[in-house]
Design a protein around this ligand. Structure first.
Ligand code: ADP
Length: 339
């Protein structure tokens, strides 16, 4: 660039051009340089994007292996049975779930507990027929789950995961979206909010169920993470589905709200099959059955009282958490006394 600029100056001096012309030519050289460097960086960006496109085309070329079943999912159903189910992810040799034998009965509640990586999420994915077992079979009322069509299965499922959506709508729409057929049915929305315990904080909002959420709106309010989580649970309760899946639903709730929600679930007498993935053992006392997964295997299965008596993995994990709760409570008490 400097060489070209020096050349321009020499040519201008020799041709006796004006200072204005000289400045114009030097600027033109700069513009040319910028244009060329832009073209080169665009070419490199295009090349980079093409690399990603290759992956997308590769993904689209993978043939669809899944064949949807023809049967409608039974509503109501009686039981879901995992028979000798083992699973490993494609391309891996490691079994994530091994020889799972368990019966999940309608209108009962189950807690799925275990350390990270023990296979809890994979178990839920198999139950939702998102994956096919590598070995063994899953039966719903005696018929293989793959014979049911997925959309009819999904219609019977409500789920709350940790990464739920915070819709920038008003409260009633945020809840109603859980069941589009009843989107504008305020009575149903209020009933669901009472069942989840969300109605308490909603009653304190300026416009109750009409309150707009998220700061995008003028005159709107934003909620705490725990309140958002209660809304997400309420949304799931809107749908009269036979299966309710709660994947760490109370992770952002304080201990009191968490306890309230579990008491509400108790009052609802578990009119659905409720499967709860949780790390907090204090909640598992209320459920009908606790499934303890360890390294992909069911290590223990039973009620809270039975597993505590067995003095196995569950009992020791429960004791560990109970001790830390007691310690926290004692520290809180100590702080209050010394204040
Ligand atoms: P949990 O929910 O108990 O934390 P997961 O079911 O998510 O456990 O995972 C169990 C094991 O499966 C983990 O070791 C994880 O690394 C592995 N895993 C999860 N998803 C995939 C995947 N898509 N491909 C390969 N391995 C996976």
């Amino acid at each position: 660039m400097y060489f070209i600029k020096v050349l321009v100056v020499i040519i201008c001096v020799n041709s006796r051009l004006t200072i204005g012309s000289l400045t114009m030519y030097v600027t033109a050289v700069d513009n040319l340089k910028n244009a060329v460097s832009n073209i080169l960086s665009l070419l490199s960006m295009a090349y980079e994007n093409c690399l990603y496109m290759q992956s997308i085309f590769h993904l689209l070329e993978i043939p669809e292996e899944y064949q949807d079943g023809k049967r409608e999912f039974p509503s109501p159903f009686e039981r879901i049975e995992f028979r000798q189910v083992s699973f490993r992810y494609p391309g891996t040799h490691h079994y994530v779930l091994k020889n799972i034998n368990v019966v999940l009965e309608a209108e009962h509640s189950y807690a799925l507990v275990g350390l990270n990586g023990s296979g809890k999420t994979t178990f839920i994915k198999l139950l939702l027929n998102l994956y096919k077992p590598t070995e063994g079979e899953i039966f719903v009322d005696g018929i293989n789950i793959s014979e049911y069509n997925r959309s009819s299965l999904f219609q019977n499922v409500s789920a709350v995961f940790q990464d739920f959506i915070q819709y920038p709508f008003d409260i009633k729409t945020n809840i109603g979206l859980g069941y589009l057929e009843e989107l504008n049915n305020l009575d149903k929305i209020i009933e669901a909010a009472k069942n989840s315990g969300a109605d308490e904080f909603i009653a304190q909002l300026p416009e109750k169920y009409e309150t707009r959420l998220k700061k995008e709106w003028s005159g709107s309010v934003d909620l705490s993470l725990g309140q958002w989580q209660k809304l997400a649970i309420t949304r799931a309760l809107m749908k009269p589905s036979a299966i309710l899946i709660l994947d760490e639903p109370t992770a952002s709730l304080d201990a009191i709200s968490e306890h309230e929600i579990f008491m509400q679930f108790q009052q609802m007498k578990f009119s659905r099959l409720c499967i709860m993935v949780t790390h907090r053992f204090v909640n598992t006392r209320e459920v009908n059955n606790i499934i303890v997964l360890q390294s992909g295997e069911i290590r223990e299965l039973g009620t809270h009282a039975e597993l505590i008596q067995q003095k196995g993995v569950y009992a020791s994990l429960y004791r560990m958490q109970a001790d830390s709760y007691e310690k926290e409570a004692a520290e809180e008490f100590h702080e209050k006394v010394t204040m």
